[in-house]
Design a binder for this molecule. Structure first.
Ligand code: SF4
Length: 435
């Protein structure tokens, strides 16, 4: 079977010794993200009582939904915090990337009635899951749960709404090679779970009215709106005006207290201005892969419709419209080492990422890392993929943090608290760096 290959046995303590200045929480979090986690039957039944995976964007699973005979897709937690244990770990938030037991040393189990995380069957820490937020009990008149319209993410700090769970970069010549958005939408719909692919303005506003006006939790500060690329119009609206209508309607309902982040393709200054005026605070035009040659292979749709250099120029130019801390493109870190097109040496991949952080941050951009999850339904999942070395993730997190300090940039706007024990982000550990 192609996909992620078995990992080689390793000594976690060696990494703590080799990187004494890096919080252990960062090392463990990156390790869990790259290897995934297995959940035992007992732990799965327990976790079903809490906030479960919503598949708000991609699958982030390392096994196919069709292989989930225990209905993991309905029962696994959306995210979990590990804490305590022999290393006295500070609470650290993670997204759940489900993996088979033979392919990961990490296991979540229910022991003496308590959820714990184990590494190679050694107790590593206690687990904390998030209760379902109050609004999760509501459904729209057609039966769609509110959680399917907007998922609670980053321990409730973000309300995540994927307006369009399809991407119009379509097929092998346009879809990004690490992405499973289109297949995930098709497969999740087939499981029978509620899974709305295109959300209407009315439904989105109804749900945000409940989340922010009627049943707001104090930890909730920000909306993040996203969707696949729009190259043709939808309902006679182009890319900009399609998303603009949602922003205006949400602002009308909830006002301007809470931040709105929007992810779209890279936009011209004029287009950014339209969205800023509508009420967007922060913009993410995800660059995905920094290396020029690899960008063109990994993101053929982006290369075709915008072009790599133009994409980066637009990202940098947009700081003038949104301001520092408010331009936050994602890099799918680790994917640039994927077979068959990736860097062979992890050191070369780190060098490429150091160059990326330097280039962008020196221009006021605050890029963010999303550690690559090898999803079997992405184009890259069809190849044998060796596990990405842990050293790579640790070193790019160090580089991100050092560069961010060097340019004295602000944190990403209302995105998550930063630092170990405080960060709520789940996609990588670079925002858990510090003391
Ligand atoms: S632009 Fe690329 S990463 Fe984003 S949804 Fe489309 S295919 Fe996926």
């Amino acid at each position: 079977m192609p996909g992620k290959m078995p990992y080689t046995k390793y000594d976690l303590d060696k990494y703590f010794e080799r990187y004494p200045d890096v919080p252990k929480e960062v090392i463990i979090k990156e390790d869990i993200l790259r290897l995934g986690v297995h959940i035992t039957d007992a732990a799965l039944e327990e976790s079903a009582k809490f906030t479960t995976k919503s598949y708000y964007l991609f699958s982030y699973d390392q096994i196919d939904v069709e292989e989930m005979k225990r209905q993991e897709f309905l029962k696994a937690p959306e995210e979990f915090k590990f804490k305590g244990g022999p290393y006295n770990l500070r609470p650290t938030n993670n997204k759940t990337c489900i993996e088979k037991p033979e392919k990961t040393p990490y296991k979540i189990d229910l022991i003496d009635g308590k959820l714990q995380i184990l590494w190679e069957n050694n107790y590593l820490g206690d687990l904390e899951l998030r209760n379902k937020p109050p609004y999760y009990r509501h459904s729209l008149p057609d039966g769609t749960p509110y959680s399917d319209i907007a998922a609670c993410n980053f321990w409730g700090y973000l309300s995540f709404c994927t307006i369009l769970r399809n991407c119009q970069y379509w097929g092998t010549k346009e879809e990004c090679v690490f992405c499973d958005i289109n297949t995930n939408a098709r497969k999740q719909s087939k499981t029978g779970r509620p899974f709305m692919v295109h959300k209407s303005v009315e439904d989105v506003v109804t749900v945000f009215d409940t989340i922010f006006n009627k049943e707001r939790e104090p930890e909730n500060h920000t909306i993040i709106l996203t969707g696949g690329a729009v190259t043709n119009s939808i309902g006679h609206k182009d890319n900009i005006h399609f998303y603009e209508q949602y922003i205006r309607a949400i602002r009308e309902k909830i006002g301007h207290r809470w931040a709105i982040h929007l992810q779209t393709t890279a936009l011209t200054k004029e287009e950014c201005r339209i969205l800023k005026e509508a009420g967007v605070d922060a913009h993410h035009s995800n660059i995905e892969v920094w290396d020029k040659e690899k960008f063109n292979i990994y993101c053929p749709g982006k290369a075709k419709f915008v072009g790599r250099d133009e994409w980066i120029k637009r990202v940098c130019d947009s700081v003038e419209i949104f301001g520092e801390g408010c331009v936050c493109p994602t890099l799918v870190t680790g994917a640039e080492m994927a077979r068959p097109w990736g860097f062979e040496k992890w050191q070369d991949a780190v060098k490429s990422m150091q160059e990326c952080w330097e280039y962008l941050m020196s221009r006021g951009v605050t890029p963010r890392s999303s550690s690559w999850v090898i999803e079997p339904n992405s184009a890259l999942g069809k190849y044998d993929q060796p596990v990405i070395p842990l050293e790579y993730y640790i070193e790019i997190d160090i580089a991100w943090y050092e560069t961010w300090k060097k340019y004295k940039l602000p944190p990403l706007r209302n995105f998550t608290p930063m630092g170990p024990g405080r960060c709520l982000s789940v996609n990588s550990a670079h925002l858990d760096m510090g003391s």
